[in-house]
Design a protein around this ligand. Structure first.
Ligand code: IPE
Ligand code: IPE
Ligand code: MG
Length: 249
């Protein structure tokens, strides 16, 4: 482990936009799928590293609700990745007490992929270490629409009063509700030099710190992850207030 990390101030919830697989492959004259395949190995390494330093929740953006716009072949390949990942690494995750969860709109996902995901969730249900979440067919606007519909239903049948709707109500209707109390993201990392959210956890990132890495996801290393955590520990999070003693009026 990187000595630069203070184990007493680890972000609870780290979210990563794993970007750049396609460009990584293209730079090597390989098909985009080769980049996705390579990226799967990195997921394993980073999940183990996050678990090792005591991160509570790690949410990885694996497939967005907008990624259906890609070619049929690429989408098909991406839909097979959960199977590839869990077949290869589930025993190791269980060994490390890592709990798997998938957040997203599963109805559109092929039935085989859905069942692989369910199995992985079931087999790690008892795990007490890192909560490893895959955002798969996830989009934050769709998530918010879904939450609003659920809330509106409750209002229309009279189990919820309009006046009692508050931030807690919204929070508990988002797909990240099972992660509570760690549903808010503390640290958002994006690889591949892009600096945008791409519809990822809009509500949950309200006060997170951002970190952008220039490397493509398949080249992202454990050392780089620890560097990112060390950078987080130098940040001064104020949440709209004023910070520690250093700042005078
Ligand atoms: C991230 O890599 C993985 C997914 C979005 C599924 P990309 O496939 O977006 O790779 P680039 O950004 O095109 O290089
Ligand atoms: C975001 O990456 C989604 C995932 C990493 C799964 P994209 O490559 O889809 O995002 P844009 O299109 O560059 O914004
Ligand atoms: Mg991309």
């Amino acid at each position: 482990m990187g000595q630069k990390i203070d184990l007493n101030s680890i972000p609870n919830h780290v979210a990563i936009i794993m970007d750049g697989n396609g460009r990584w492959a293209q730079a090597r004259n390989l098909p985009r799928s080769a980049g996705h395949k390579e990226g799967v190995e990195v997921i394993r390494k980073i999940a183990l590293a996050a678990n090792e330093i005591g991160v509570k929740a790690l949410t990885l953006y694996a497939f967005s609700t907008e990624n259906w716009k890609r070619s049929l072949a690429e989408v098909k390949y991406l839909m097979q990745l959960p199977e590839l990942f869990f077949n290869k690494f589930l025993p190791e995750l269980i060994e490390h007490d890592i709990k798997v969860r998938v957040i997203g709109f599963e109805e559109k996902v092929p039935p085989l992929t859905q069942s692989v995901i369910k199995q992985a969730e079931k087999r790690t249900m008892h795990c007490k270490g890192l909560q490893l979440n895959f955002a798969f067919n996830y989009g934050s606007r769709a998530e918010i629409v879904h939450a609003v519909q659920e809330i509106a239903k409750k209002v229309s049948v009279g189990t919820l009063q309009v006046e009692s709707i508050n931030e807690e109500t919204i929070r508990t209707h988002l797909l990240t509700a099972p992660l509570m109390p760690f549903d808010d993201v503390d640290y958002l990392i994006r690889t591949s030099h892009e600096e945008r959210l791409s519809n990822f956890l809009l509500w949950q990132n309200a006060y997170s710190e951002f970190y952008f890495s220039d490397v493509y996801w398949p080249d992202f290393t454990t050392e780089m992850f620890f560097d990112a955590i060390a950078a987080y520990q130098k940040r001064n999070r104020r949440f709209g207030g004023v910070s520690d003693k250093k700042e005078k009026e």
